[in-house]
Design a protein around this ligand. Sequence first.
Ligand code: SF4
Length: 500
Amino acid sequence: MKPIESISVFDMLKIGVGPSSSHTLGPWRAGLQFLKLLLNKNAEHKVRHIKVDLYGSLSLTGKGHATDIAIMLGLSGADPVTYPIDQITPEIQRIKKEKTIKMDFAYALTELQGAGLTKRTIAADQLEAATLSFDPALDITFHRSFLDFHPNGMRFTAELEAGKTLEQTYYSIGGGFVVTQERKRGKRKIEALSHFPYPIQKGTELLDFCNQTGLKISEVVRANERSLRSDNEINDGLDQIWATMLDSMYVGCHTEGILPGGLNVARRAFDTHKSLIGDAKYQDSIEWIKAIRGTEVKFRQILKWVSCFALAVNEVNASLGRIVTAPTNGSAGVIPAVMMYYMVIENHDANLEDVRQYLIVAGEIGSLFKKGATISAALGGCQAEIGVSSAMAAGALTELMGGTPAQVLMAAEIAMEHHLGLTCDPIGGLVQIPCIERNAMGAIKAINACEMALDADPTKAKVPLDKVIATMWETAQDMTTKYKETSTGGLAIQVNISDC
Ligand code: SF4
């Protein structure tokens, strides 16, 4: 029997840095993984030189997705959750100018020790950093060819003393997840052993557990999470995720100018927000929520607010800002925008308990897509990013609005059904056009899918969620490579960069 993957909500929603989960966060984490490998081989100070080869989609859209920058930050030992955003550009400029990289192993060792994956007992702050010569122009190579295992391949090679080498190939499989070919199989075994009380591979199984126990989806999923961490840890983690989401909306709504990358794309959330918020006074993001609740909203304003929240997050993402991968960076705006819609439009009494419930349901729906299809645009196009995020938000909103578990799954199904076949063709390989606007569309569709499901009898639904997940995966496999995050088709070639 196929083992059941135990994917946590914290695997689906991760704090990180833009612009891409598969092309930025994944390669960043791969750099960190390589530092861990060196540590586990006691080789951290035997390294003489490092080079990195990027393949397939990571190479074709890697420059626009800051893959090379992420690799350098990963090899520097930076933590993507806490590394100061304003230090990224100066540090990359320093590496390029001085042609050296300073490998700091402290964070990688802390992670290894925390997970019980090393026998080394040395304190992390006693490990000396290693400074190597490193010229990104020569030591990071972009290959147009693809590796067989997955379209997002990258190989790290360290030349060690005495002529030895250490080499590892990693694959960024979407949503910031990184695997090696060997450990992909091993990982399944580990996941099968983690024994969630409610092991769930499909929507029907989730629904069966809800029907048998009378629990809501959020309660079933929380029971599973409790087998990994305490309720306090779950709540703290979810609150941190929401704080980051809220901060990214707040920053995006209050930042004007042109996005980096050369397309000259103007930030739009700033002007839309200014016209919506009017003269309301506030000092921080918490007061901001209250201020928005005080604005008058009709249908047009609701559309604009939701779009504005989504645009704001993805403008922050496009400028290498801190966002929550949900389930990817390119689609990071949908889930926060729909939660904010609930908080400022639908329910002015909404609080952190509602946020936690929402995020838990969203994470579970995302994991159903990861198990049954993919959340990688390099495998499935944009249906795997915006489509999945829209389904996650639709289902989660439906539970907050009082929908039954069956209606939650129906809302997720409706949202995905109308994203099937959506291609990934970012202009210039940047996560800007069509990506930023697409988040606004995904958020609006999620709200509409929720309303349609709340009005429906799910027992009469013609398309169950599991069928739409299977259809999405089949569509992904039939989609040509040029529409899977390679920028070799669609808008990426129809629109001339000089027109932008
Ligand atoms: S087109 Fe969609 S999948 Fe592709 S990079 Fe943009 S948001 Fe991600």
